[in-house]
Design a protein around this ligand. Sequence first.
Ligand code: NAP
Ligand code: F7E
Length: 330
Amino acid sequence: MKRALITGITGQDGRYLGELLVAKGYQVFGLIRGQANPKERLVVEENPALELVEGDLRDLPSLIAAVEQVQPDEVYNLGAISFVQLSFKQAELTAEITGLGVLRMLEAVRIVGGSDRNPIRFYQASSSEMFGKVREVPQTERTPFHPRSPYGVAKVFGHDMTVNYREAYGLHASSGILFNHESPRRGLEFVTRKITNSVARIKLGLQDSISLGNLDSSRDWGFAGDYVQAMWMMLQQDEPDDYVIAPGETHTIREFLDVAFRLAGIDDWEPYVRRDPRFYRPAEVDLLIGDATKAHERLGWRPTVSFEELVQMMYEADLEAEERQLRQRR
Ligand code: NAP
Ligand code: F7E
């Protein structure tokens, strides 16, 4: 039975990846920070085979202890401050967790090591935010980075460290340069889930408008369930490497609003959408579109959920959850 350690187990991707690995017959351990966090109970309820182990990406000894305890075959480093807007306000903390946290995890893996015949394999959750002010369209593994936020800068550090540990110590360390991926489990602070949740509430008469920032940026959105498959595929390769993971189709926030409001039977969403300066960023990433040819050819990875299907999946899940809450309140 293979053993996997996942940091960021309470996040969107950690939850999907934990389920995927359990279904594949792994013994799966999720790293939790160790203080009361309601999401810890939720992940064990939805994935009872999951085991929890304590550790914090700010604390190297706790990470070494976790890796020693688990003796994993594979480590997936998904833990991070992942909200770009927050990273402008908490830049130092973002550098600490999203950036230095990767170095600490790599060190824990290097120190504990695994057996010579079975060294620990490492996955780093890199991001399309590293491309930032993009130097070419579409973006590939060879596109230079130009991050536009403390989050993006921290991810470049983590990415470069992963490459360095691969080259310097021969670690089986791979990096997935993942473009935005969403799901009904996406945090409410991200624009997609904020929209689908608000549109569901508008449909039910629980809310009359939604406040947003820049509607003109474009993202290459996919479904998180497809992306955790790619993470696993990378660690099954004989050689570690870096891969762009993206559907290769870009849409503006306006287009996301078009589809979500249409599902609620509303053709003109302008009267429902307010512009709020609080949601604009000091520097914006205007356009992201990925070229995942390498992942298609070498991993056999393909997305299975289209943009419209993704919006529908999220809207319907939010509508159902809001309706359920309404029934419970009555
Ligand atoms: P998410 O939902 O925000 O989850 C972040 C996770 O990090 C949570 O489990 C959180 O745990 C954990 N964490 C935060 N601070 C920590 C610390 N000090 N020590 C240990 N764990 C800590 O993020 P996601 O969407 O699942 O993304 C997973 C990873 O992929 C992240 O690294 C993200 O930056 C990266 N990524 C995401 C996307 C995307 O579109 N979703 C795209 C590219 C890359 P708590 O519950 O304890 O806070
Ligand atoms: O913003 C615009 C905002 O916060 C998308 C993270 O998972 O993907 C994510 O980062 C766009 C931006 O995601 C609001 O200005 C307008 O242009 O949903 P988001 P993100 O910043 O692209 C990457 C790949 C990651 O790695 C990150 O971890 O939407 N926008 N109005 C808004 N965004 C938010 N959140 N809220 C608004 O009201």
